[in-house]
Design a protein around this ligand. Structure first.
Ligand code: 8X3
Length: 250
């Protein structure tokens, strides 16, 4: 079988766009997410191009992560590419007003979840002496902004984990790419603002935000580079954006 990628959060946004981009170049797909119907719809949509399989689990559920990934039959177990895409922002509040539930959801999903999935996949990559891990960080991991302390902290953790992974895994033939997108118009703001469509739409008003496909293109570039090349870090802003909260709107 040609290369196999496992993508978390594959049902929407950057995860879904990455799955579509990978399918175009013949990378077989293990699509992971929490929404069964969407997973199956995507798997069947892409199955004319590549082999697909789905795994239904929440990255923050440790047991579910390990039992899902360990349940993969051969030849799916030989994962070449892991895209740690699952993650979200919950709320945009000052540290004195932030909700503990939101904080737990961000630390559990963006940090613990990424670690659990990585642990479940890295063992096999080390044994095979090859692999490529793509971690979805954010410009929020480069620069903290007001009302975003915990989200930014979760993404700074991703930045540190990417660096640590690269230090530990390079000797095992495993590449690590950290991708930090700016404003991408996906369900991101809708989730952050708990379904408030008006507030979510305002985030992308007056400028052209990035598309999920733009980030997928960058990820595809990283996994298509020659064996001698590691794309270590990519920070990707919308053209109208120069810092996480500095956006030139018309
Ligand atoms: C998403 C980008 O700037 O809203 O991670 O934090 S930002």
């Amino acid at each position: 079988m040609s290369r196999i990628a496992l993508i978390t959060g594959a049902t929407s946004g950057i995860g879904r766009a990455t799955a579509i981009a990978f399918a175009k170049v013949g990378i077989n797909l293990i699509l992971c997410g929490r929404r069964q119907e969407r997973l199956e719809e995507l798997a069947s949509f892409l199955s004319s191009q590549v082999k697909t399989t789905t795994l239904l689990f929440d990255v923050s559920n440790k047991e579910a992560v390990f039992s899902a990934i360990e349940s993969l039959p051969e030849p799916w177990r030989a994962i070449d590419i892991l895209v740690n895409n699952a993650g979200n922002a919950h709320g945009l509040s000052s540290i004195q007003e932030g909700s503990l539930e939101d904080w737990d959801a961000m630390i559990d999903g963006n940090v613990q979840g990424l670690l659990y999935v990585s642990k479940a996949v890295i063992t096999g990559m080390v044994a095979r002496s090859r692999g490529h891990i793509i971690n979805l960080s954010s410009v929020a991991g480069k620069q903290t902004y007001a009302n975003g302390a915990v989200y930014c902290a979760s993404k700074k953790a991703v930045e540190a984990i990417s660096e640590g992974m690269r230090l530990d895994l390079t000797q095992h033939g495993i590449k690590v790419t950290n991708v930090a997108p700016g404003a991408v118009e996906t369900e991101f703001s809708l989730v952050r603002f708990k379904g408030d469509e008006e507030r979510a739409a305002k985030v992308y008003e007056g400028f052209e935000p990035l598309l999920a496909e733009d980030i997928a293109d960058a990820i595809l570039y990283a996994v298509s580079a020659p064996a001698r090349v590691t794309i270590a870090d990519m920070t990707i802003y919308a053209s109208a954006q120069s810092a996480p909260t500095t956006i030139y709107r018309k």
